[in-house]
Design a protein around this ligand. Structure first.
Ligand code: FPP
Ligand code: MG
Length: 326
């Protein structure tokens, strides 16, 4: 089933979220709006707002402005993080278009990221609930920590362990998805067990989401993915498709891979050799298998929530995350 069908139950609210986002990015400084709009209108999946809305719906909250405001706020934080990430990664493409750092340069890109983060925190604050502020600010801090972990680990790819890979994934991606789910549950004001079940859904779904992203980086095409493929290796990032492939490789292959990964940068031949190893040992497939395990864990959490249409959509969303191609 396609994403828009899975989310049809909240389609009206998603339109309201878009309206709120557009209101929030208005600025007397034209370039601020232009850069914000460029990325926000560029076709993101709005997974985080959708999770927030579905989680609040599954626990009985189906109307009100606060869930619209907080869903918009979380998408603004995500957008801010992508602007910053594209500067950190020196990216060329985002959502099928030249990234903001290429079009306008690093300085306005970073600063507009700061603008979006500030607007997001203002929106969350206007919901008047300290628990929401904590859930969102904790996640924002983890995003930054995840990025720092990733930058540090790229200094020594071969020493990056599976645990480090998962630590990065949990911080840089799963934390904000977990927070989206938790905020939805907090707004519905349910008991702690249900809030924790929803949080666990978000965390595991978020891990699955990033694992699939890491797999697609080795197995998709630029056309389909909307960003350059093979970038993780080029940027010196050890991710699980490569990690799992090295585990399966012969001693001679391992030695050659380690020699290449120990270098500061890689030439075309070296890159091709690593891509061949990942293809030979099916690292992308293994990573998708691992994503499926996390998506199943997410689904398991849903059994602790009331059975309703929102819950069903959350279940289908978990399948979508694993099967997605972009
Ligand atoms: C994409 O990772 C990046 C993230 C999911 C998080 C980026 C976070 C920061 C830069 C910290 C800043 C934090 C805030 C709150 C503004 P990726 O490079 O693996 O994915 P990509 O292929 O989509 O670029
Ligand atoms: Mg990046």
């Amino acid at each position: 089933m396609g994403l828009s069908e899975i989310l049809s139950i909240i389609s009206g609210d998603l339109v309201r979220v878009e309206e709120q986002i557009d209101k929030s990015i208005q600025s007397p400084v034209p370039l601020v709006y232009e850069i914000s709009k460029y990325l926000l209108a560029g076709g993101g999946k709005r997974i985080r707002p959708a999770i927030l809305l579905l989680c609040s719906g599954s626990l009985g909250l189906t109307d009100g402005w606060k869930k619209i405001a907080s869903a918009a706020a979380i998408e603004l934080i995500h957008t801010a993080s992508l602007l910053h990430d594209d500067v950190v990664d020196d990216a060329a493409l985002r959502r099928g278009k030249e990234s903001s750092n290429v079009v306008w340069g690093n300085k306005p890109t970073v600063l507009v990221g700061d603008f979006l983060l500030s607007k997001a925190l203002g929106l969350i604050q206007s919901c008047g609930n300290l628990e929401l502020i904590k859930a969102v600010t904790d996640a924002s801090a983890k995003l930054a920590e995840g990025q720092v972990l990733e930058v540090m680990s790229s200094a020594s790819m071969i020493e990056t362990t599976e645990d480090v890979c998962f630590g990065i994934i949990e911080n840089k991606t799963a934390s904000l998805i977990e927070s989206s789910a938790r905020v939805g549950a907090l707004l519905a004001n349910n008991d702690n067990d249900k809030i924790n079940a929803v949080g666990s859904y978000g965390l595991n779904l978020g891990i699955a989401f990033q694992l699939v992203d890491d797999a697609l980086d080795y197995s998709s095409t630029q056309q389909e993915f909307g960003k350059q493929v093979g970038q993780d290796l080029v940027e010196g990032k050890m991710t699980l498709p490569l990690f799992y492939s090295i585990q399966g490789a012969t001693k001679t292959e391992k030695d050659k891979v380690n020699k290449i990964l120990g270098k500061e940068s890689f030439d075309e031949q070296e890159l091709s050799f690593i891509f061949e190893i990942v293809s030979k040992y099916k690292g992308a497939d293994k990573t998708k298998d691992s994503a499926k395990i996390y998506a199943d864990k997410a689904k398991e959490s849903l059994t602790y929530l009331p059975t309703n249409e929102f819950n069903k959509s959350l279940d289908m969303l978990a399948d979508f995350v694993v099967e997605r191609t972009n």
